[in-house]
Design a protein around this ligand. Structure first.
Ligand code: ACM
Length: 268
Protein backbone atom coordinates (compact mmCIF):
# COMPACT_ATOMS: atom_id res chain seq x y z
CA UNK A 1 0.00 0.00 0.00
CA UNK A 2 1.02 3.63 -0.38
CA UNK A 3 1.15 5.79 2.71
CA UNK A 4 1.23 9.57 2.29
CA UNK A 5 2.12 12.46 4.56
CA UNK A 6 0.95 16.02 3.96
CA UNK A 7 3.09 18.81 5.48
CA UNK A 8 2.20 22.48 5.08
CA UNK A 9 1.77 25.79 6.91
CA UNK A 10 -1.93 26.23 7.74
CA UNK A 11 -2.99 29.86 7.89
CA UNK A 12 -4.78 30.57 11.17
CA UNK A 13 -8.56 30.77 10.78
CA UNK A 14 -8.64 30.26 7.02
CA UNK A 15 -10.49 26.97 7.05
CA UNK A 16 -11.54 26.87 3.41
CA UNK A 17 -8.08 27.80 2.21
CA UNK A 18 -6.36 25.27 4.47
CA UNK A 19 -8.67 22.51 3.31
CA UNK A 20 -8.03 23.46 -0.30
CA UNK A 21 -4.26 23.49 0.19
CA UNK A 22 -4.14 20.24 2.17
CA UNK A 23 -6.36 18.32 -0.23
CA UNK A 24 -4.64 19.93 -3.22
CA UNK A 25 -1.28 18.63 -2.00
CA UNK A 26 -2.73 15.20 -1.25
CA UNK A 27 -4.64 15.03 -4.53
CA UNK A 28 -1.48 15.62 -6.56
CA UNK A 29 0.07 12.36 -5.34
CA UNK A 30 -1.58 8.95 -5.25
CA UNK A 31 -1.84 7.15 -1.91
CA UNK A 32 -4.14 4.70 -0.16
CA UNK A 33 -3.88 6.41 3.22
CA UNK A 34 -2.98 10.08 3.76
CA UNK A 35 -2.17 11.77 7.05
CA UNK A 36 -2.70 15.49 7.61
CA UNK A 37 -1.32 17.47 10.57
CA UNK A 38 -3.05 18.23 13.89
CA UNK A 39 -5.62 21.09 13.62
CA UNK A 40 -4.79 21.27 9.93
CA UNK A 41 -7.92 23.20 8.93
CA UNK A 42 -7.84 25.99 11.54
CA UNK A 43 -4.26 26.43 12.62
CA UNK A 44 -3.11 25.77 16.17
CA UNK A 45 -2.88 28.79 18.40
CA UNK A 46 -6.34 29.72 19.63
CA UNK A 47 -6.31 32.74 21.94
CA UNK A 48 -8.74 31.13 24.34
CA UNK A 49 -11.45 28.52 24.67
CA UNK A 50 -14.28 30.64 23.21
CA UNK A 51 -12.20 31.30 20.11
CA UNK A 52 -11.49 27.59 19.71
CA UNK A 53 -15.18 26.84 20.24
CA UNK A 54 -16.09 29.24 17.44
CA UNK A 55 -14.03 27.13 15.00
CA UNK A 56 -14.83 23.69 16.39
CA UNK A 57 -17.02 21.31 14.42
CA UNK A 58 -19.32 18.50 15.42
CA UNK A 59 -17.79 15.20 14.38
CA UNK A 60 -18.80 13.69 12.13
CA UNK A 61 -20.95 15.94 10.01
CA UNK A 62 -19.06 19.22 9.95
CA UNK A 63 -17.80 20.86 6.75
CA UNK A 64 -14.25 19.59 7.20
CA UNK A 65 -15.20 15.94 7.56
CA UNK A 66 -17.65 16.36 4.66
CA UNK A 67 -14.81 17.65 2.45
CA UNK A 68 -12.49 14.83 3.53
CA UNK A 69 -15.23 12.29 2.84
CA UNK A 70 -15.85 13.53 -0.68
CA UNK A 71 -12.08 13.49 -1.34
CA UNK A 72 -11.91 9.84 -0.23
CA UNK A 73 -15.07 8.79 -2.05
CA UNK A 74 -13.66 10.01 -5.35
CA UNK A 75 -10.33 8.26 -4.86
CA UNK A 76 -11.04 5.11 -2.87
CA UNK A 77 -8.56 6.25 -0.22
CA UNK A 78 -8.48 7.06 3.50
CA UNK A 79 -7.49 10.34 5.18
CA UNK A 80 -6.66 11.00 8.84
CA UNK A 81 -6.38 14.60 10.02
CA UNK A 82 -6.71 16.72 13.13
CA UNK A 83 -9.36 19.33 13.93
CA UNK A 84 -11.13 21.01 16.82
CA UNK A 85 -14.29 19.19 17.91
CA UNK A 86 -17.31 20.40 19.84
CA UNK A 87 -19.54 17.85 21.48
CA UNK A 88 -22.38 19.47 23.49
CA UNK A 89 -20.51 21.81 25.86
CA UNK A 90 -17.21 20.02 25.47
CA UNK A 91 -14.29 20.95 23.26
CA UNK A 92 -11.64 18.50 22.13
CA UNK A 93 -8.44 18.50 20.13
CA UNK A 94 -9.49 15.62 17.90
CA UNK A 95 -8.70 13.70 14.78
CA UNK A 96 -10.86 11.88 12.28
CA UNK A 97 -10.27 8.97 9.98
CA UNK A 98 -12.49 8.94 6.91
CA UNK A 99 -12.61 6.64 3.91
CA UNK A 100 -14.40 5.87 0.67
CA UNK A 101 -17.55 4.84 2.55
CA UNK A 102 -17.50 7.90 4.79
CA UNK A 103 -16.61 8.46 8.42
CA UNK A 104 -14.58 5.68 10.07
CA UNK A 105 -13.32 6.88 13.44
CA UNK A 106 -12.80 9.68 15.91
CA UNK A 107 -9.82 10.11 18.23
CA UNK A 108 -9.56 12.73 20.99
CA UNK A 109 -6.10 13.82 22.14
CA UNK A 110 -5.35 12.13 25.44
CA UNK A 111 -2.33 14.14 26.59
CA UNK A 112 -2.91 17.87 26.21
CA UNK A 113 0.16 20.03 25.62
CA UNK A 114 0.90 23.19 27.62
CA UNK A 115 -1.78 25.89 27.08
CA UNK A 116 -4.09 23.36 25.45
CA UNK A 117 -5.07 22.51 29.03
CA UNK A 118 -6.78 25.92 29.24
CA UNK A 119 -8.60 25.46 25.96
CA UNK A 120 -9.77 21.89 25.53
CA UNK A 121 -11.47 19.34 27.70
CA UNK A 122 -9.27 16.42 28.51
CA UNK A 123 -10.41 13.17 26.97
CA UNK A 124 -11.18 10.60 29.68
CA UNK A 125 -12.17 7.80 27.36
CA UNK A 126 -9.91 4.99 26.17
CA UNK A 127 -9.77 5.94 22.51
CA UNK A 128 -6.67 3.92 21.65
CA UNK A 129 -8.62 1.89 19.11
CA UNK A 130 -7.39 0.00 16.11
CA UNK A 131 -9.27 -0.01 12.81
CA UNK A 132 -8.90 -2.54 10.04
CA UNK A 133 -9.35 -0.46 6.90
CA UNK A 134 -8.46 -3.20 4.46
CA UNK A 135 -5.10 -1.74 3.48
CA UNK A 136 -3.83 -2.07 7.05
CA UNK A 137 -4.79 -2.01 10.71
CA UNK A 138 -4.30 1.55 11.93
CA UNK A 139 -4.50 3.56 15.15
CA UNK A 140 -4.32 7.29 15.75
CA UNK A 141 -2.53 9.64 18.12
CA UNK A 142 -2.16 13.42 18.24
CA UNK A 143 1.07 15.29 18.75
CA UNK A 144 2.11 15.29 22.45
CA UNK A 145 0.58 11.82 22.86
CA UNK A 146 3.91 10.59 21.45
CA UNK A 147 5.82 11.45 24.63
CA UNK A 148 3.82 8.83 26.53
CA UNK A 149 5.15 5.52 25.20
CA UNK A 150 1.97 3.91 26.53
CA UNK A 151 0.05 5.43 23.62
CA UNK A 152 1.96 3.63 20.90
CA UNK A 153 2.30 0.52 23.05
CA UNK A 154 -1.43 0.13 23.57
CA UNK A 155 -2.06 0.57 19.84
CA UNK A 156 0.60 -2.06 19.09
CA UNK A 157 -0.78 -4.48 21.69
CA UNK A 158 -4.19 -4.06 20.09
CA UNK A 159 -2.79 -4.97 16.72
CA UNK A 160 -2.06 -1.69 14.95
CA UNK A 161 0.38 -2.03 12.07
CA UNK A 162 0.60 1.72 11.43
CA UNK A 163 0.35 4.56 13.95
CA UNK A 164 -1.08 7.61 12.22
CA UNK A 165 0.38 10.56 14.12
CA UNK A 166 -1.09 14.00 13.47
CA UNK A 167 1.23 16.67 14.85
CA UNK A 168 1.97 20.36 15.36
CA UNK A 169 5.35 19.78 16.96
CA UNK A 170 7.26 22.57 18.64
CA UNK A 171 9.69 20.56 20.78
CA UNK A 172 12.60 19.07 18.83
CA UNK A 173 12.45 15.43 19.98
CA UNK A 174 9.60 13.57 18.33
CA UNK A 175 11.02 12.90 14.89
CA UNK A 176 13.98 11.11 16.49
CA UNK A 177 11.85 9.41 19.16
CA UNK A 178 9.60 8.00 16.42
CA UNK A 179 12.41 5.55 15.67
CA UNK A 180 12.26 4.24 19.23
CA UNK A 181 8.47 4.04 19.21
CA UNK A 182 8.65 2.07 15.96
CA UNK A 183 11.41 -0.29 17.11
CA UNK A 184 10.10 -1.04 20.61
CA UNK A 185 6.69 -1.92 19.16
CA UNK A 186 7.63 -3.10 15.67
CA UNK A 187 5.06 -0.84 14.03
CA UNK A 188 5.18 1.77 11.29
CA UNK A 189 5.06 5.28 12.75
CA UNK A 190 3.95 8.04 10.38
CA UNK A 191 4.22 11.60 11.69
CA UNK A 192 2.48 14.36 9.71
CA UNK A 193 3.79 17.63 11.14
CA UNK A 194 3.23 21.25 10.08
CA UNK A 195 5.60 24.07 9.23
CA UNK A 196 5.49 27.80 9.93
CA UNK A 197 5.10 30.09 12.93
CA UNK A 198 2.15 31.34 14.96
CA UNK A 199 2.36 34.29 17.34
CA UNK A 200 -1.23 35.17 18.14
CA UNK A 201 -0.68 35.05 21.92
CA UNK A 202 1.61 37.49 23.77
CA UNK A 203 4.95 35.95 24.76
CA UNK A 204 4.15 32.70 22.97
CA UNK A 205 5.70 32.44 19.54
CA UNK A 206 5.36 28.90 18.28
CA UNK A 207 7.76 27.62 15.66
CA UNK A 208 6.58 24.38 14.18
CA UNK A 209 9.33 21.97 13.28
CA UNK A 210 8.17 20.29 10.06
CA UNK A 211 10.48 17.37 9.22
CA UNK A 212 7.62 14.85 9.03
CA UNK A 213 8.74 11.23 9.02
CA UNK A 214 7.64 7.71 8.25
CA UNK A 215 9.60 5.06 10.16
CA UNK A 216 9.53 1.30 9.50
CA UNK A 217 9.08 -1.37 12.23
CA UNK A 218 12.86 -1.85 12.09
CA UNK A 219 13.53 1.81 12.75
CA UNK A 220 14.48 2.89 9.23
CA UNK A 221 13.43 6.33 8.07
CA UNK A 222 11.40 5.61 4.95
CA UNK A 223 10.60 9.29 4.52
CA UNK A 224 12.03 12.48 5.99
CA UNK A 225 10.60 15.81 4.88
CA UNK A 226 12.54 19.03 5.28
CA UNK A 227 11.85 21.46 8.14
CA UNK A 228 10.14 24.00 5.90
CA UNK A 229 9.03 21.91 2.91
CA UNK A 230 5.40 21.89 1.90
CA UNK A 231 4.12 18.89 0.04
CA UNK A 232 2.75 15.42 0.06
CA UNK A 233 5.16 12.51 -0.06
CA UNK A 234 4.38 8.83 -0.19
CA UNK A 235 6.13 5.56 0.47
CA UNK A 236 5.18 2.06 -0.50
CA UNK A 237 5.00 -0.25 2.52
CA UNK A 238 3.91 -3.77 3.40
CA UNK A 239 1.92 -3.34 6.63
CA UNK A 240 2.39 -7.03 7.49
CA UNK A 241 6.06 -6.21 8.23
CA UNK A 242 4.62 -4.95 11.51
CA UNK A 243 3.20 -8.37 12.37
CA UNK A 244 6.68 -9.83 12.95
CA UNK A 245 7.34 -8.96 16.60
CA UNK A 246 10.52 -11.01 16.92
CA UNK A 247 13.44 -8.74 17.89
CA UNK A 248 15.62 -11.89 17.91
CA UNK A 249 14.56 -15.50 17.33
CA UNK A 250 13.92 -15.70 21.09
CA UNK A 251 12.44 -12.27 21.82
CA UNK A 252 8.81 -11.52 21.02
CA UNK A 253 8.33 -7.86 21.88
CA UNK A 254 4.71 -8.17 22.95
CA UNK A 255 4.47 -11.70 24.35
CA UNK A 256 7.67 -11.33 26.40
CA UNK A 257 6.47 -8.32 28.35
CA UNK A 258 6.57 -8.91 32.12
CA UNK A 259 3.20 -7.34 32.79
CA UNK A 260 3.08 -8.87 36.28
CA UNK A 261 6.00 -6.57 37.20
CA UNK A 262 4.73 -3.37 35.62
CA UNK A 263 2.02 -2.43 38.11
CA UNK A 264 3.77 0.81 39.08
CA UNK A 265 3.22 2.07 35.55
CA UNK A 266 -0.50 2.41 36.13
CA UNK A 267 -0.42 3.64 39.72
CA UNK A 268 -1.64 7.26 39.91
C1 ACM B 1 1.50 19.56 20.55
O1 ACM B 1 1.04 18.64 21.21
N1 ACM B 1 0.79 20.17 19.62
C2 ACM B 1 2.86 20.04 20.78
Amino acid sequence: MRLGIVQFDPEFGKVEKNLRVALGLAGAVEADVYILPELFSTGYQFKDRPEAASYAEELPGGPTTDALESFCRGRGCYVAGGLAEKSSDNLYNSAVLVGPDGFVALYRKTHLFDREKEIYDVNDEDMFRVYDIGFARVGMMICFDWIYPETTRILAVRGAQIVLHMANLVLPYCQAAAVTRAVENRVFVAVANRTGTEDRVPDETLEFTGASVIVSPKGEYLLQAGETDEGCWTVSIDPTDADDKMATPRNHLIDDRRTELYGALVEP
